[in-house]
Design a protein around this ligand. Sequence first.
Ligand SMILES: [Zn+2]
Length: 246
Amino acid sequence: MNFESIIEYQKRDMLLRKIQKEENNDKNHLKMMELAKSINDEKALLGKGSVETNQYLEEISRLNEEVAKISVRIEEIKGIFSSAGSGEDEEAAKNEKIKLFAELNSLKTKLINADRKLSDRMNKLSSLANSGINSINTINRKGKEYEATKAEYEKVLSQNNPRKLTIKEEMEKLKVEPELLALYEKNKKIVKLPVFVTPTGNKEGYSCICGMKLSPADLTELKEKRMCQCKNEACNRLIVLPKAND
Ligand SMILES: [Zn+2]
């Protein structure tokens, strides 16, 4: 296997990663993420406000129905009241009037309470509407700011693109064996870059770049296959001898 090519490939891949990292940390990119988050938060707030608005609207319609029912009953009582007492039994008529009075009083209290609740819910609705308008304004303003920041960030990206393209072309030209490339991609996910390293020291005392000394078994493997894996569990890098005469 051509380890030299994968090491060259890896160098360029790491360079691409570095550029990618710089792009991610670009002040415009960071600002974009911040704006996107705060736009989402504002949208969530707006959604919550709309749920609350619906709840208040339902409550208001229920309260209105209650008020209407109470008003009807009050009118009924007034009717009964004027006709009460025309019967022969004066005592019964008096009692009936007392009962009607009591009901009327209780209905009046209910009406006052319902009215109070109604005006409270109306106030809440109006303040929700105001904060809804504020949220929409904030979303629009931050949306514009996001677009402007994105345009700035895209300038950075287009400045980097030729360089990235050149690196990618170089990587292609290296024509790394698919087997080796697969090994690299697989290990890249579990091993800290660089995945492929050349040993430090000499044949008598090879070490991995992490400092772990190679065991005699590792050395034999390295000699035969020109590749072995570092046994340091925190490292696990692939140690290779790029040239046969190493
Ligand atoms: Zn190691």
